[in-house]
Write a protein that binds this ligand. Structure first.
Ligand SMILES: CC(C)(COP(=O)(O)OP(=O)(O)OC[C@H]1O[C@@H](n2cnc3c(N)ncnc32)[C@H](O)[C@@H]1OP(=O)(O)O)[C@@H](O)C(=O)NCCC(=O)NCCSC(=O)C[C@H](O)C(=O)O
Ligand SMILES: [Mg+2]
Length: 285
């Protein structure tokens, strides 16, 4: 499946060192997995995690989920070794943490040497301020908001409405959309709080994000539902398309549905929504 057309509603982090979680993820209905070698793996387990992850990927069983490997930063003692060990692994992209500039992306591209897609963690003030340059890198296809690191760097408080994060979240999204890059929202840390998760998912979707990163299987269903077109949205999209076709047949360019105007641009959005619903249905086969 084309990486940019596929759904990315739920993107689950799995510690690359944990066999049980690596196995469990095979059966979870997530759209994508981030196999993590960075923060989810303790320093003393990092070297061994490469072999554990490599074996899990060789064994396979992850179906049509997108597979993304998050390596350690290239400025750490593990980054280059992660790339050497896994650059030929069966995955769809490599995710680089704490990206500050397009040069960081290029450094990974040079080490990989195989043209594999690269995703960037957007979680430092410099990274956010350089988002447009980073998004423009030819090998860059995905952004992941790192809201925990961002909160740490900004010295801001966690709030349910994420007010202190809005400038960064919108900058990430703007840069992503300017260059056709996938944009995935940050994690919700209270993994047993479904209501709070739902609220944050809705906010991410309202902003325009493609999906959300998750830390626990209990977060999958809420997230998949929040980032999928609802029945009501699908119904409205179909009615908008039909209404514009009808008025166009009589030489007009504007229809009215549920008291709101519908023009060609709304129909483009409606068609995109139907295509997304179809892609989700295809993925869950
Ligand atoms: C948060 C956890 C440590 C909780 O683990 P645990 O106590 O083991 O949870 P449960 O007992 O409820 O687990 C039930 C079963 O589910 C499996 N499991 C748990 N988590 C995952 C997972 N992420 N993927 C796959 N499977 C998972 C358990 O193995 C149990 O399975 P079974 O026994 O067979 O029933 C734990 O969830 C966890 O470690 N989560 C991942 C944390 C993580 O990845 N952190 C790093 C990413 S977040 C980040 O870095 C964001 C960013 O960079 C930023 O700055 O914001
Ligand atoms: Mg982080």
């Amino acid at each position: 499946m084309d990486m940019t057309a596929r759904p990315y509603r739920s993107v689950l982090y799995i510690p690359g060192s944990k066999d049980r979680a690596l196995d469990k993820a095979r059966g979870l209905p997530v759209d994508a997995i981030i196999f993590d070698l960075e923060d989810a793996v303790t320093p003393d387990a990092k070297v061994e995690a490469r072999a554990t992850l490599k074996a899990a990927l060789e064994q396979g069983g992850y179906g049509n989920k997108a597979k993304i490997i998050r390596i350690n930063g290239l400025d750490t003692e593990w980054g280059a070794g992660d790339v050497a060990a896994l650059k030929d692994a069966d995955c769809d992209a490599f995710l680089l943490p704490k990206v500050n500039s397009a040069a960081d992306v290029q450094a990974l591209a040079d080490l990989l040497g195989n043209g594999k897609p690269i995703w960037a963690m957007m979680e430092t003030p410099l990274g956010i301020l350089n988002a447009l340059d980073i998004a423009a890198h030819p090998q860059l296809t995905g952004f992941v908001a790192g809201t925990n690191d961002l909160a740490k760097e900004l010295n801001c408080r966690f709030r349910a409405d994420r007010l202190p994060m809005q400038a960064a979240l919108q900058t990430i999204l703007l840069a992503a959309r300017a260059y056709g890059v996938i944009a995935i929202d940050g994690v919700y840390n209270q993994f047993k709080d479904d209501e709070g998760l739902k609220f944050e998912c809705e906010q991410g979707r309202d902003l325009g994000y493609d999906g959300k990163t998750l830390i626990h299987p209990a977060q999958v269903d809420v997230t998949n539902a929040a980032f999928a077109p609802s029945e009501a949205e699908i119904d409205l999209a179909k009615r908008q398309i039909a209404a514009l076709e009808e008025v166009e047949a009589s030489g007009q360019g504007v229809a009215v549905v549920d008291g709101k105007i519908v023009e060609n641009l709304h129909v483009e959005t409606a068609k995109k929504m139907l295509a997304k619903a179809a892609a989700i249905a295809e993925l869950s086969k």
